[in-house]
Design a binder for this molecule. Sequence first.
Ligand code: PEP
Ligand code: MG
Length: 538
Amino acid sequence: MEQYNGRSVNGGIASAPIKIYRKEEVRIRREHVADTDAEIGRLELAIIELSDEFRRLADRAGENVGEDDAELFNAYIMILRDEIFIGTVKETIKNERINAEFAVMRVAQGIAEMFSAMEEEYMRSRAADMEDVADRLTRVLIGESSRPFAIDEPCILVAEDLSPAETVTLDKHLIQGIVTVKGSVTSHTAILARMMDIPAMVGVPLDLRSIKSGQMAVLDGFNGVFITNPDFETLVKTKNRMEELARESEELLSYRDLESITTDGKSISLLANVASTRDLDAVEKSGADGIGLFRSEFLYLEGRSFPDEEKQYRAYRKVLETMGDKPVVIRTMDIGADKQPDYFGVEAEENPALGFRAIRICLKKPEIFKVQLRAILRASVYGNAKILYPMVTCTWELEWIERVLKETVEELEKEGVPYKIPLQGIMIETPAAAVTADLLAEKTGFFSIGTNDLVQYTMALDRQNGMLDDFYRPKETAIKRMIEFTVKSAHENGILCGVCGELAADISMTRFFIDIGMDALSVSPGFILKLKKHIRSL
Ligand code: PEP
Ligand code: MG
């Protein structure tokens, strides 16, 4: 039994076999083959195997995840049946007498390049599908699992580090906990673990070569302790503690339909932070008053190409229809810094957190921004939507946003497409915005304070840098003053103000938020009932 200490990013206890996550790349070499018929036979078998797997994944996606994924796997099956693709691969094997995996890769690359050069966004996104199918097919051919990383049973995921894009594509329902060697407590990976409501730790000094997938482990997210090869006594203690926690969660459900109000009659809305339509069940269970932050950028991080207007429209509409009359705050994509989709092609920056991110990308690339605005405006017909713009620093940006929105509305009008313009607000997450909140409040519909970035920029503290976790002090006077001034400015201008950064879930801050008149706290769905219980005791 070995014990490791690290920093907790989410409480909870897990006991499960380890699954080690490694970034792997398949290397394919060109090889000469003597028997090309046998090679084509090998290709055909691999196609059958992969088609069966796509069919299983499509069925499972239809049941558990969402129609989008089911559609994707059905489209993948069509690619495997495509005469041009498969026919050309077979011809290449025959004519050049080369191995199937090399032929698949080369033909797919050619087709993907052709798609990428096309005008229509739809065709361009087919390039990524082609590459994904080819990647999986070559993996089957060389005898690996078709997926770069597949989770087939409950596990504690252990990794050197995880990017938000990697975390969001993991098979969440089987992951019982996350442990990383690197990472910081306010990174988006940590935030995703909180949204998944599973115990998680970062900064665990593990040598990944000394442990193996399948080895038993115990994770105590409350105390930041990770144990590999636990002895019998530890396993029994863990099991008892897990049963106790399950009873506590059950008990918390009795708060679901109660008001979020203090004993002296002050109420505050409790909203949920989500990253995907997959989080909606957890929101429902939590009895949230609405969605206070839909981090739409995860739609961009999940896929291998830009989510087109239809895909985004369907996601927003689904969230809005599920929430009924309750408000849903859709934040426009906050891409950049640690949230980088590979296909975006943003050049490496010296200081990405201070760089080309969020609203700056949207304003400089209106063709991308407009696709999202169109999807949100169209979906807004189906519920109580609000739009939230991230990383705003001054009123001048609001004027620019207004112009892009106006053009988008004109286009929808011209096409006769039904739409609704929702109330628009801004994140207060830069010191510039916080200290000019009085001016910004005159020009916008609501405020949502993003304490994660507000702390990073105010305290000059990179939120990605785990070495600085001890310096991460979100309750310092500098931050409290900014929060207080922001709420006061909002109310003087008759608009609402909430907090959607991680500080909203810190129960030692709840009294402060209520005393200064904060209107809403938006937290991970798994935290809502705990927070409500606390508020009702104040
Ligand atoms: C924040 O900065 O506090 C916030 C809510 O946004 P994100 O964590 O996604 O940057
Ligand atoms: Mg932020």
